[in-house]
Design a protein. Sequence first.
Length: 278
Amino acid sequence: MWDTNRGELRPITAEELPETLSYLAAAPLRNLILIGFLKSGVASEDKTLFGFWKDGVHKGVGLLGSVAAWSGGPEVARALGEKALESGSSKLNLVVGLSEEVQVFLDASQDSRPGEMETHVLYVLRRGELQPVSHGSVSVRPARREEFEELFRIHTDLFFELVGRPLSEPEVSKQRLLRRIDEERVWIASEGYKIVFKADAASETDEVVLIEAVWTTPALRGQGIGIKALSSLCEHLLENHPMLCLSLGRDRPDLQRFYERIGFKYYGVDGDYTVVRY
């Protein structure tokens, strides 16, 4: 247990993880990215998962290792930042949090390394609001293990396209992708033996699914393949979940217009969050 004058961080064990996920699912939109990290096995080995307690009440959850993410407000961000300062942050390469809380974490951690900071906005699609796509449809299916090599190449290319640099932890990314494939959370469309579209159902609760890593093969972009395949995937996911969401860079109005075509809407400033990459 690690104390602060504002509360205390207590390590969460693997046995306590299901209860922690249930706690986070009570506010699914706010916590979906953290839920995704935990379900993808991020809270293992070099990562530590904490519960934040104050006055005998469980107030939040924090993840600290190569990734820092949290739920519970500025108090948790501050406590996790102070923990990062105490333990050293040399392994930390990604910080994710609500925009107004990330600076609280960075100030507390006193991490002076230059990082690339991006603001992301949350877009939401609710059941009944999916807009029809004209001129046919494109079917999607879960990816299979034998397609892993091609999918990892796509994942690597997409990361470089979006971020402008190679993956920082390729082996971790490989294991995360394999886990998603095995759990049928990677969806593809193909022409013959070639994958032409991919999207991940990265995180989910009973209420909402987070879609990420949406990709269309460059040779077919602008021809309607991506929007039709994404529409098919959304239609399928909305059968079992009342809401879908995804995050977009604030400086990508082109992508915002793309998702708005099938009914996604900006959630509002309460859903804006910041990513810092080292």
